[in-house]
Ligand binder design. Structure first.
Ligand SMILES: Nc1ncnc2c1ncn2[C@@H]1O[C@H](COP(=O)(O)OP(=O)(O)OP(=O)(O)O)[C@@H](O)[C@H]1O
Length: 267
């Protein structure tokens, strides 16, 4: 983990109108994420985890507070240092999302292009950055298929012919091909068979370590958080009720809600 702050949430909040009245989906969220650090966001359904992830990845704009990112010097036209995402143009945000960030959706289909081959899915981000050389694109696609343990012989097959676990691996490869520094993941293993989940988690842990990736992972599964995350952020009713090192929070939860969450998986 590095000393440098990569992503900062400073009182971030978002509200939606529900039944004709504004309601905060998440509010007052503050934390720093350092380079190479993995943060898991946990909490019950409806606690605001996905909304927070969308604020962090600039898929939604904050209604209160701010999210800042350490834009690399010379990249996206930035001059380096933490920049409020609200101050970046759409084009610069798109650039960040295609290069320095990844976003792994819970439903792999939402993060893949289902009408082009597995190899083309991996090459797409490189093409968006101007790569045109067929041999290089195919070489990169093969490399990443192997890296995520996909059968390279399936490179020309459509993702719809892959199993759920394979689609999730393909989505991960598609995101990592540009060597992002930060990956957002929304319940990346939910909905897969338990054995497939376990192998995917191992793979994610290896990739995160090897590539020194920073990640924000939304999960309702404390075992996923325990395995992958350095730090935990516990949400309830849109607010962060506890945050800290994963082992500390899970072994010695301070807030009654965290105590309930932890005890519910022990019983
Ligand atoms: N686009 C939207 N319009 C209106 N309300 C929304 C919208 N998105 C989320 N909400 C509301 O915001 C609150 C938080 O939802 P969110 O999806 O962030 O929770 P979550 O913790 O990710 O839940 P889950 O684990 O079920 O996905 C909920 O009350 C939800 O109904």
């Amino acid at each position: 983990m590095s000393d440098q702050v990569l992503l900062r949430a400073d009182g971030a909040g978002k509200q939606f109108v529900q039944a004709g009245r504004p309601r905060w989906a998440c509010r007052g969220v503050s934390f720093d994420l350092h380079g190479g650090e993995v943060l898991a966001v946990v909490g019950e359904s409806g606690s605001g985890k996905s909304t927070l992830l969308k604020l962090l990845a600039a898929r939604l704009a904050c209604d209160e507070g701010a999210v800042s990112y350490d834009v690399r010097t010379g990249e996206a036209g930035g001059g380096g240092g933490l920049v409020d995402l609200a101050r970046l143009s759409e084009a610069r945000l798109r650039w960040l999302a295609r290069t320095d960030w990844g976003f792994v959706e819970q439903q792999a289909r939402e993060g893949l292009r289902m009408n082009v081959s597995g190899g083309a899915n991996i090459g797409e981000r490189l093409m968006a950055l101007g790569a045109r050389h067929y041999g290089r694109l195919r070489g990169e696609a093969l490399h990443w298929m192997e890296r995520v343990e996909l059968d390279a012989g399936r490179i020309d097959d459509l993702p719809g012919t892959y199993s759920g676990g394979m689609q999730q691996r393909l989505q991960i490869a598609r995101n990592l091909v540009t060597r992002p520094r930060l990956v957002f993941m929304d319940e990346p293993t939910t909905g897969l068979d338990v054995s497939v989940q376990a192998r995917l988690l191992d793979l994610l842990r290896e990739l995160v370590d090897e590539l020194r990736l920073a990640a924000v992972i939304v999960t309702h599964d404390l075992a996923v958080a325990r395995l992958l995350a350095h730090r935990l952020l516990v949400m309830k009713d849109g607010q962060v009720v506890e945050q800290g090192l994963t082992d500390r929070v899970l072994d010695d939860p301070q807030h009654p809600y965290t105590q309930l969450l932890v005890s519910s998986i022990l019983t």
